[in-house]
Design a protein around this ligand. Structure first.
Ligand code: GDP
Ligand code: IMO
Ligand code: MG
Length: 425
């Protein structure tokens, strides 16, 4: 697997962390290229469970270089915390490189995130993670953000930090919102900058050298295609390019070098936060998926909304990402459902379409058109090869792959490393 991008194809939490960890058996470098600590990627190794937010999921194998690319927004305090927690659990963080061009999330961005959500009226709230993602990307686009390389000169950094924090405090105080204690917060930010300094590198060179040397490089997407700032359910999206194309800009590598695109998708659908969700189930089946699948956010602990597999949305995602290998996740969660449904088309104002609409208002009006498939009603969590799956389970998976127009490469039947098998079809 030379140069591979792995993306989520739904609204996030598809199981990307688990698959990255499985694939890292054969990998030299893992590169995050967008998002920030809004991500929560779970990796289960034996009895140990880890949730990663900023650190790439290759961190559990010592030989792997883990890059936090230029396309991320990085909360310095959160990264320091995450690294220190891993060290406490015996995991080495020496192979982490933070791009000198990554933009930093500062405490005022997190406050601004909460302030904006508070200001949005009911029905317009996004349900963000509150991690400062939108405000930090706004500063990047407005060309006033602070980049990691500025942390290397503490005097300059302090001046920039103070200038930006004062600007935000003015907005907060005019609105009667709590303000930031700039001096006290600076001490924490400075300590984080000193801690991170040895890891700040020109990672564009690191990644390109690895690619040129034919190393196996894996790009780890965060969030999912339907949360992409351009291609997702705007405005109920995150603020970065979560699709495969984002890897090139977010790591500084040419599209010419990309060999494979893995699309990770659950065999049903979940969403956390606000926004349209055509196949959402507000009934006992949705509750069953949530309970059996432990559908609670890995970052915020919020309950994830659950629903049937949406082949219209997933086919669109596979197209935008150019997915050629599917990782189908959480099969075991459907084991006890006698009847399964797949949404194959949308009806909007009496018109039937198989194209995912661009307009959120259309998405709110969708009446999903379902195809019904028999459930397999057997425990799949111990199965280790495709051939041993119940016939009805194979039929379901094959139908999913056919509808989204991509080939199955990996099937996952539980959270652990060993509950995964590869197939070549
Ligand atoms: P990510 O953000 O895409 O990395 O996904 P999350 O870690 O947020 O959420 C996926 C959850 O599903 C985690 O709790 C995983 O441990 C769990 N998981 C992954 N694959 C499977 C699977 O095949 N079956 C079950 N039951 N759980 C899984
Ligand atoms: P991983 O990488 C699921 C959602 C939030 C909210 C919207 C915008 O674990 O799959 P933001 O804080 O980014 O401004 O919030 O995006 N969201 C996620 N949902 N998984 C994630 O990451 C998410 N990251 C952001 O819930 O609806
Ligand atoms: Mg997650």
């Amino acid at each position: 697997m030379p140069v591979t991008i792995l993306v989520g194809t739904q609204w996030g939490d598809e199981g990307k962390g688990k698959i990255i960890d499985v694939l890292t058996r054969d990998v030299d470098m893992v590169v995050r290229y967008q998002g920030g600590n809004n991500a929560g990627h779970t990796v289960e190794i034996g009895d140990n469970k880890y949730v990663l937010h900023l650190i790439p999921s290759g961190i559990f194998r010592e030989s792997i270089i883990n890059v936090i690319g230029n396309g991320l927004v990085v909360d310095a305090l959160a990264l320091q915390n995450e690294m220190q927690h891993l060290v406490e659990r015996g995991i080495s963080v020496k192979n982490i490189q933070l791009s000198d061009k990554a933009h930093m999330i500062m405490p005022y961005h997190c406050m601004m995130d909460r302030f904006r959500e508070f200001q949005r009226e009911e029905g317009k709230k996004i349900g963000t993670t509150g991690k400062g993602i939108g405000p930090a990307y706004s500063d990047k686009a407005q060309r006033c953000g602070i980049r990691a390389l500025e942390l290397l000169d503490l005097n300059l950094f302090k001046a920039r930090y103070t200038e930006q924090a004062e600007k935000y405090n003015k907005i907060f105080s005019e609105a009667g919102f709590e303000t930031l204690d700039i001096e006290a917060s600076w001490e924490e930010v400075k300590a984080a900058a000193i801690y991170l300094t040895p890891h700040i590198k020109n990672t564009v060179v690191t990644v390109n050298e690895a690619v040129k040397a034919n190393k196996n490089v894996l790009f780890e997407g965060a969030q999912g295609a339907l949360l992409d700032i351009d291609h997702g359910t705007y405005p109920f999206v995150t603020s970065s390019s979560t699709t495969a194309g984002g890897a090139c800009g977010g790591a500084g590598v040419s599209p010419r070098y990309i060999d494979d695109i893995y699309g990770v998708m659950k065999v049903y659908t979940t969403r956390v936060g606000e926004g349209p969700f055509p196949t959402e189930l507000d009934d006992e089946v949705g509750n069953h998926m949530g309970t059996v699948g432990h559908e609670f956010g890995a970052t915020t602990g919020r309950k994830r909304r659950c629903g049937w597999f949406d082949a219209v949305a997933s086919r669109y995602s596979c197209m935008v990402n150019g997915v050629n290998k599917l990782a189908l996740m959480k099969m075991d969660v459907l084991d006890q459902l006698p009847e399964l449904k797949i949404c194959t088309a949308y009806e909007i104002d009496g018109e039937v379409t198989k194209d995912f609409p661009s307009d959120c208002r259309a998405l709110e009006k969708i009446v999903p058109i379902y195809e019904t498939i028999d459930g397999w009603m057997e425990d799949t969590s111990n199965i280790t090869k495709y051939e041993d799956l119940p016939e009805k389970a194979k039929k379901y998976l094959d139908r999913v792959a056919e509808l989204v127009e991509a080939d199955i490469a990996i099937i996952s039947v539980g959270p652990r490393r060993d509950q995964t098998f590869e197939i070549s079809k």
